[in-house]
Design a protein around this ligand. Sequence first.
Ligand code: DAH
Length: 340
Amino acid sequence: MENELKALMDKALKEINNCQTSSDIEAVRIRLLGKKGELTASLRSMKDLPEDQRPLFGKHVNEVRDALTQAIDKKAGELNRIEKERRLKAEAVDITMPGKKQMIGGLHPLTRIYYELRDIFVSMGFSVMDGPEIEYDKYSFEMLNIPKEHPARDMQDTFYITEDIVLRPHTSPVQIRTMLSQKPPIRMICPGRVYRSDDVDATHSPVFNQVEGLVVGHGITLANLKWTLDAVMKEFYGENTKTKFRPGHFPFTEPSAEVDATCAKCHGKGCGVCKGTGMIEVLGCGMVHPNVLLNCGIDPDEYTGFAFGMGLDRLATIKYGITDIRLLFENDIRFLSQFK
Ligand code: DAH
């Protein structure tokens, strides 16, 4: 029995020594020292010995177990250390390596233009209102003093969804919604996408973007309208920008005007963009028609107002000298990356 114990110990020490990984050594630990291990089996076989030899044998078994435990712990410690070093080496980061370049996008030119305009209006005390792109005919036309037989209602111009519902052809219905839900004083802009049944070419698109605005209050006059829009254009296109108000016609304003601003490309000298005139049309505007105020429950004897509307795409093409509006919608990265 003692010899067997000795043989077991020699064999075990060899096995321990041969272990290459921490899982090897844990397997050896279980095989030798576990409940069903070889050493436990030796301890159990003690009952076959004469009683007087048992204490000494038991002592030896315990010594062997202590020695093996120590040897296993030592080996396990070594292997763990080696494995940890290997892992750290494998996971090491070379901080001298060049980093990966992050691609950072830019704002779309239309978004930029809108943010610039919005900031100008907000700094003048305007708030920003939103409305649906699928809109009632009533808000898009009727309440804006555009009766049923008006040419702007032509099926050629407007996308009808049903008799009463259209894809809004301008953002003016947001003015109506605002006047229906708020009492004067009102000072708001309404930006958004609008739809008209136009064929696509260099200057037309069935979907484009507008920013309209509305001011309603006591004693609002044409002078307020002129000053406000002139100030906005100077802020937007540069302080040397001049504006010219020409008589115009819109059913929802009376009087109405169209506004030209100094051509941003040639600064008034005359070029291809402004067809040699030095000025370029930028917006439509006017004093809110009394019928429109009445339609929204606002007394035109007490309140007056002005309104204006501009095409964002047009402002962008003028500001950046873009000759084809389609570039704004095609999202060609080579085009867009110029605006970063
Ligand atoms: N709704 C007009 C359009 O789509 C633009 C416009 C002109 C809006 C004059 C206005 C305005 O509020 O007063 O062409």
